[in-house]
Design a protein around this ligand. Structure first.
Ligand SMILES: Cc1cc2nc3c(=O)[nH]c(=O)nc-3n(C[C@H](O)[C@H](O)[C@H](O)COP(=O)(O)OP(=O)(O)OC[C@H]3O[C@@H](n4cnc5c(N)ncnc54)[C@H](O)[C@@H]3O)c2cc1C
Length: 403
């Protein structure tokens, strides 16, 4: 990047969405630079690192794997535990910082440039060209530069500066999360993740424990904003018997805060720019999982940009091939997931208890194991409602209109 150059594409943010988009664009022969505000890719971490097998099908290989989980224990507010065991790995747990670093390396190997410690402060985008104001964080933030490109990709996470600068609609809702990486002197079960529901534990969402290994893991929760902070709520949860009985001796190794935007945005494009990943609120509302949708967005956004730049100017209209393709593959599911979470949010703890107890039925458990897909939760909900009149009685009115 030398002053005066006009790059084909500048990608803001070296998370999974940004690095993957940059990799595809560079592979198509475009001049691509990724600007990342931090000194190290992947840090600070805002993720439990729980990924579906689909992520690795997408990438064509497994990277940064710490552990594999074949089951989940779902803890109802009453204490009833639904113990799901698929008998085969259903999810992969990764070291998220290493995962992001591996994706960034692939982008660089493919020909993209990464500018570290470059914080984008402002973006002006038109179909005729884009200008980014960038602060060099290595110089204590005093040095500034102007970077020009034909297209800007906003892959800058939940509080996207690109989205804000370009006046693109903000996500309507967000969840706030907090996590603690812990070491345990006693060995923990590495085969299952634990999920805890309850308005007191995590209003509007849930708490989790993800095992990284026999003596380490992550405990966290996400919740609707407002009221007690997620940090205070998590600390209270960790002092309570539900957590203490299973994890009696844990020491905090690190803490992480983060936001999960819920959407997805209907129009993550404007003249000269597209948003991908959390910047476009593409995380799943029922699980907070955003890596798989971010990788899908990277593919469709880069396809659209390559096609548009070959022909002419990147107008919003021309770039709209991206959200159309994304919606077809996962966007429609993300909208269903947002409606599912709204229904879940409206349920009392008593309803959640009844629902979890109703699911504790061999036939329904078989269905969960055979048809459960973390990335497409609505498919399982539909199958369960078809199978069980009791579930329809309990939850039917809430889920009406969903399918
Ligand atoms: C508590 C929590 C737990 C989660 N657990 C999971 C999970 O288990 N599985 C899962 O799939 N998803 C999980 N997620 C969601 C997942 O982490 C995100 O969906 C995913 O990181 C989105 O990737 P991204 O590339 O869009 O954004 P990010 O990973 O947020 O990357 C954005 C990048 O942009 C950079 N950046 C931001 N602003 C600027 C700027 N102005 N200039 C330059 N660079 C900038 C940031 O430093 C960052 O590197 C979790 C989220 C939270 C909060």
């Amino acid at each position: 990047m030398t002053p005066g150059d006009v790059l084909d594409v500048v990608v803001v943010g070296a998370g999974p969405a940004g690095s993957r988009t940059a990799q595809f664009l560079a592979a198509a022969g475009l001049d691509v630079a990724v600007l990342e505000e931090h000194r190290e890719v992947g840090r600070p971490v805002a993720c439990a690192g729980l990924l579906s097998n689909r992520v690795f099908q997408c990438l064509g290989e497994e990277i940064a794997v710490l552990n594999r989980a074949s089951g989940a224990r779902i803890h109802a507010p009453s204490g009833h535990v639904l113990d799901i065991d698929a008998g085969r790995p259903m999810a992969v747990i990764v070291d998220r910082a290493m995962f992001d670093q591996a994706l960034a390396r692939k982008a660089v190997d493919g020909g993209a440039i990464i500018g570290m410690e470059r914080r984008v402060m402002d973006v002006r985008a038109k179909a005729s060209g884009c200008v980014l104001q960038v602060r060099d964080m290595a110089s204590a933030g005093t040095a500034r530069e102007e970077v020009r490109s034909r297209v800007v990709v906003g892959a800058d996470g939940p509080s996207s500066i690109v989205r804000g600068s370009l006046g693109i609609q903000r996500p309507r809702r967000k969840l706030t999360g907090f996590q603690i990486a812990f070491a345990s002197s006693q060995s923990i079960d590495t085969d299952s993740v634990d999920l805890y529901a309850g308005h007191d534990i995590a209003p509007g969402f849930f708490a989790w424990v993800v095992p990284h290994g026999p003596h380490s893991g992550l405990v966290g929760l996400a919740q609707e904003p407002g009221g007690m902070s997620p940090k205070d709520r998590l600390e209270r949860f960790m002092k309570g018997p539900t957590f203490r009985d299973s994890f009696p001796d844990v020491q905090t190794v690190a803490t992480f805060a983060g936001t999960i935007p819920i959407g997805p945005l209907h129009r993550p494009v404007t003249d000269g720019a597209v948003l991908v990943g959390d910047a476009a609120a593409q995380a799943k509302a029922v699980s907070g999982g955003g890596v798989f949708p971010a990788l899908v967005a990277a593919k469709h956004a880069s396809d659209a940009i390559v096609a548009v730049l070959e022909k002419g100017e990147p107008t919003a209209r021309a770039l709209s091939a991206y959200p159309r393709a994304f919606d077809k593959e996962v966007g429609a599911e993300l909208r269903k997931a947002a409606r599912l979470r709204r229904s879940f949010r409206a349920m009392s703890d008593k309803m959640v208890n009844d629902l979890i107890e109703a699911l504790d039925d061999p036939e329904l458990m078989d269905l969960i194991v055979s048809q459960g897909d973390i990335e497409f939760p609505s498919r399982l909900v539909r199958a369960l409602l078809r199978k069980s009149p009791r579930l329809v009685r309990l939850a039917g009115p809430l889920f009406r209109g969903l399918f």
